[in-house]
Design a binder for this molecule. Structure first.
Ligand code: FNR
Length: 180
């Protein structure tokens, strides 16, 4: 059965390792699975005063998540947590109260860092937020990734990480099916 996965990358950087990984991950999915990279770079800073009249980028974000069968977060770690741009997007799409687009959307989390712990702290913080937002989130395998190991010079998946990421993708897509 065909399905759409909304992909949210927590970095706005042009040459982001996480964006490169997100693009490369799409090659590991079978035919019929569409990865839709959701834009978060044009969202305004969340302000509760504006909730009742959201601007077009917020409406688009919520619609694209509504239409998705699952959500895939690929994020760096900033100061041992998630980047503000990612939290901003989560806040927008969770509001107004009672109109969150997140409940019951199956989620997966991966992250690439230049540091040794591979975004472990950011991912634990993100799990706390996704639990509150009522999203069933794949627990295993965990994917704490180091840029040097996981990406090759051309920005694709390094040979040594291919099997691990393929196994991760298979587990994630099975998780999405389980929660369809
Ligand atoms: C970082 N970086 C970082 N790395 C890490 O492993 N743990 C951390 O807490 C932080 N903190 C942090 C804060 C800020 C503000 C920046 C800009 C960077 C380094 C980070 O891993 C590196 O910049 C990655 O390249 C960011 O991911 P993208 O943008 O390449 O996807």
């Amino acid at each position: 059965m065909s399905k759409t996965i909304a992909v949210i990358v927590g970095s706005l950087r042009k040459d982001s390792f996480n964006a490169r990984l997100a693009d490369a991950l799409a090659t590991l999915a079978p035919d019929g699975v569409r990865f839709n990279r959701v834009r978060i770079d044009d969202l305004p800073l969340y302000n509760q005063d504006d909730e009742q009249s959201p601007p077009a980028p917020v409406k688009r974000l919520k619609q694209e998540i509504r239409e998705a069968d699952g959500l895939l977060f690929v994020t760096p770690e900033y100061n041992r947590s998630i980047p503000g741009v990612l939290k901003n997007a989560l806040d927008h799409a969770s509001r107004p109260y009672g109109e969150s687009v997140f409940p019951d959307k199956p989620a997966g989390i991966l992250g690439v860092s230049i540091g040794a712990i591979g975004t472990a702290c950011a991912q634990q913080h993100l799990r706390t937020i996704l639990a509150y937002l009522d999203m069933p989130t794949l627990g295993q395998p965990e994917a704490f990734l180091k840029a040097d190991d996981v990406l090759d010079d051309a920005g694709g998946i390094a040979e040594g990480s291919r099997k691990f990421l393929q196994d991760w993708m298979d587990a994630y897509l099975a998780w999405v099916d389980q929660h369809a």
